[in-house]
Design a protein around this ligand. Sequence first.
Ligand code: TUI
Length: 318
Amino acid sequence: MIKTRICELIGIDYPIFQGGMAWVSTGELVAAVSESGGLGIIGSGQAPADWLREEIRKVKAITNKPYGVNVMLMSPFVDEVMQVILEERVPVITTGAGNPGKYVPKLKEVGTKVIPVVASVALARRLEKAGVDALIAEGMESGGHIGEIGTLPLVPQVVDAVRIPVIAAGGIVDGRGLVAALALGAEGVQMGTRFMCAEECTISQLIKDRILKAKDRSTVITGRSTGHPVRCLDNRFTREMDQHEREGMLAAELEKLGIGKLRLAMVDGDIENGSIMAGQVAGAVRCIEPAAQIIQDIMQSAEQEYKRLSARFGDRRA
Ligand code: TUI
């Protein structure tokens, strides 16, 4: 049985987080993941507070198990979203795209566990000092808004810099990834792209089909010149953005062209003009299956992989 400090800290059976994804991880998927023993996380993105409260209530109506909310710190509604989180006594929050330090004391007061996503050692150190409970070290293999360091170099450097538990994210899709993350010193994994293809995920079927068709080189990074690089599946939208960037379009104009494009992809299923944020593992997602099956498959194959490694390389005297 693979159990770590993170399982104990938040009361989950398996050290698997379903990454909070705007327009993707809504109440249905989150409840299914949490009910299966992982941690489902609502992606609040740039949604208003009322929307979030409804999704939280959906989850609470289906499961009594712990769940989380991801707060996108660049959202114009971030303060109202934090207020809903405090009022609804959300068990766990994760944060992305910024430094959540100023919210930590109030969240801790109501018992919400705070687990920020970091893409650098410097921010990891600062947030441990601010009192967060754990960290997610996310490499640039991830989908969506990304940092600059790959998961393999980032995770051990963050692990060595802090004492709180670290969860690895970016480029993880199966049991081999979980064992690799544990080898790097992480105590769990966060996965987004694979859960996009969970049966309970309510995104357009056209997006799920597009992920199943993806290959290893199907993702690209756009928006480097804006300071907010984003990884998505290659399509008409990314090619147009790329051309605008090469022609020197200003950051503000580029950002304007991105508005509404994530929803256009995930909800409306526009696979050419929408922004299909997904990680480099898109090429390794094989099928659409229930969230419970994804979690069982990861845990089973991780244990198998661990046994294979022990039999091949383990010291039998140990
Ligand atoms: O946040 C994410 N992934 C996201 S957010 C998102 S919505 C969006 N859409 C367009 C542009 C920007 C956002 C889609 N995907 N992942 C977590 C993450 N956080 N990755 C990288 C970071 C990060 C980056 C810089 C965290 C902190 C940071 O610096 C903060 C500081 O003050 O040092």
